[in-house]
Design a protein around this ligand. Structure first.
Ligand SMILES: [Zn+2]
Length: 233
């Protein structure tokens, strides 16, 4: 059975960075019955708040369609780049489908991602790393309701009802919550062809998908806990 490569990175809690619309949705959701096991929740909340504000500012900056008129005339050689937009499907934390939305891609420099993410989440999502098996906080989390979102941008990725115990040591799902929210990329690393999965909105590396999963799809989305954030229904 094929399983993702090992990693030197143990798993740990990580901040979640939520874009504005997701932040509104999440704030209106009930509080989590699964408190983060780290002792620094106040700091995490401060970081979360800061991240939301930071992303909100960046989102506003990205949504400007072009430079001011005067500036446009003066700098015709440097036309403003329109933000790349993608279509993703939004979901509430009870996995209710809100609808498809066209949204700007979440883009940061490497230095910004390092500042916004924990080292473990950065290594996995932005450097295509893999957490150690049986180390992730979500590996053993089963029989729950809710949604697993991208740790980097808050996009809904998996309905908790599709999670199953694969025995591999990584959180596993038999289908994404919406095909539109995940992209599949050929991965030729280590001389074998695997299918990497990334977040559609921010290109975060999430894990790989294999064809040895359970019914009804026969697929196994083998994910990294540090690439995800669980929101209970
Ligand atoms: Zn993302």
């Amino acid at each position: 059975m094929s399983v993702p490569r090992d990693s030197r990175n143990p798993v740990g809690a990580a901040p979640i960075l939520i874009p504005m619309e997701d932040a509104r949705m999440i704030r209106s959701a009930p509080s989590s019955p699964h408190p983060t096991p780290t002792p620094d929740n106040p700091a995490r909340r401060r970081l979360l708040g800061g991240s939301i504000l930071g992303l909100a500012s960046l989102a506003l900056a990205c949504s400007r369609s072009g430079p001011a008129a005067g500036q446009a005339m003066a700098t015709a050689a440097r036309p403003a780049k329109a933000p790349v937009k993608v279509t993703v499907v939004e979901f509430r934390n009870d996995a209710t489908r809100v609808g498809a939305l066209q949204v700007p891609k979440v883009v940061h420099s490497d230095a910004e991602w390092q500042r916004l993410l924990t080292p473990r989440s950065y290594q996995v999502t932005r450097r295509e790393g893999t957490e150690s098996p049986f180390s992730g906080e979500y590996n053993g989390l089963h029989d729950v309701r809710g949604v697993f979102r991208c740790i980097c941008c808050g996009t809904a990725l998996f309905d908790a009802r599709t999670k199953f115990d694969s025995g591999t040591g990584w959180p596993s799902f038999w289908q994404p919550i919406a095909a539109e929210n995940i992209q599949a990329v050929d991965d030729h690393m280590f001389g074998m062809l695997r299918t990497e999965t990334r977040c559609k909105r921010c290109d975060a590396h999430l894990g790989h998908v294999f064809d040895d999963g359970p019914k009804p799809t026969g697929l196994r989305y083998c994910m990294n806990s540090v690439a995800l954030k669980y929101f209970p229904a």
